[in-house]
Write a protein that binds this ligand. Structure first.
Ligand code: AMP
Ligand code: MN
Ligand code: MN
Length: 326
């Protein structure tokens, strides 16, 4: 049975153990990798042993966070022994990926640290704060509650986690506490210009080519309140697409004045369709819309996976979003 715990409870529990495995969701974003490395590097600074796992590994756009190449693909790791298995930034076990999930030793204590409103409270000890803008901010709260040292690499990881999940401190989920965290990390020596250069101004040219082809597929509802575009397998092939290339591009649609909600449809090689949805108005709850297709996330940012083909998935999703935004 999962037990809800606080940051203070977790600080005490983590202090009592020595060997940790940290895991985050497949197709990881800045918060998945940032919160995992942030926590792990602090545990390592305390002399603990940490293994970092991700089903898909670190995408190219986030490689700078893991200069030491600590994060391993779960399929490359055979047997694991640990006392504590911590899932970060992941709403349900399925999103950890089958292989990562299978790496949990049965006797290990399962801990969940997450901020998704749709978190399914799996594991033994669960700390979910759906008001937190990023799991990285929750990890920073742990550091503060425990009086932990935050090594330089962990500072970068936590800053990037919070920055990417708040759209560079722009979205409604950004709080005074988020800025306190940023101030704390900057005061400790974080190089804000360099970290932001690496996060936002360091993309390969093919990302711009990808954007060009996406813009050619841009469509809007008659009233202009909904916008969507689609990435097919053929477009990916043409652009030489690599994981992470499209991260954040959805903000181009989000930036249109009339747009209230927007959708990024992406054809995956297994024939399923990945949906990435954003809203600018809390009354249009995209977590609910994605939830009706088995996905989830947050009120203003959510995702789901549907069966193909693309055109059918697009019609189903837009019909549901249209109802939510009516
Ligand atoms: P994305 O559109 O991939 O950037 O995801 C937006 C938010 O929704 C993130 O917090 C994701 O973790 C979450 N999310 C995306 N896809 C899913 C899914 N299939 N199930 C649950 N949550 C998801
Ligand atoms: Mn995430
Ligand atoms: Mn997150």
């Amino acid at each position: 049975m999962a037990k809800d715990v606080t940051a203070e409870d977790l600080v005490a529990v983590l202090a009592q153990h020595e060997r940790f495995v940290l895991v985050s969701h497949l197709r990881p974003d800045g918060d998945a990798i940032g919160s995992m490395l942030g926590l792990g590097l602090m545990l390592e600074a305390m002399g603990k042993e940490v293994v970092y796992l991700n089903e898909d590994g670190v995408p190219g756009n986030l490689a700078f966070l893991d200069a030491g190449q600590r994060v391993r693909r779960s399929r490359e790791v055979k047997v694991l022994d640990c006392d504590v298995f911590i899932a970060l930034d992941t709403a349900n076990q399925e999103r950890l990926g089958d292989t990562a999930l299978a790496r949990k030793p049965e006797k290990a204590l399962g801990v969940t640290i997450d901020h998704h409103i749709t978190n399914e409270r799996y594991g033994d000890l669960v700390w979910v704060d759906d008001q937190a803008p990023a799991t990285a901010q929750m990890v920073w709260e742990l550091a503060k509650a425990g009086g932990w040292e935050i090594p330089a690499e962990a500072r970068t990881a936590l800053y990037v986690g919070a920055s990417t999940d708040t759209g560079s401190f722009q979205y409604a989920n950004t709080t005074a506490r988020t800025h306190e965290m940023a101030a704390d990390l900057l005061a400790a020596g974080l190089d804000v210009a360099e970290v932001n250069r690496l996060t936002y101004h360091n993309f390969p040219y093919r990302r711009v080519q990808l954007l060009t082809s996406l813009l050619a597929t841009l469509q809007r509802s008659d009233d202009g309140r909904l916008a969507w575009w689609s990435l097919t397998l053929a477009m990916k092939k043409e652009a030489g697409y690599q994981p992470g290339d499209s991260e954040g591009l959805v903000d181009v649609m989000r930036g249109i004045d009339e747009v209230v909600a927007c959708v990024f449809f992406e054809e995956i090689s297994d024939g399923t369709i990945r949906v990435s949805m954003r809203s600018k108005d809390a009354s249009v709850n995209v977590s609910e819309v994605c939830g009706s297709f088995g996905g989830g996330g947050h009120i203003l940012a959510a995702g789901a996976r549907l069966e193909g083909p693309l055109e059918e998935a697009r019609q189903r999703v837009l019909a549901e979003l249209g109802r939510a935004a009516a």
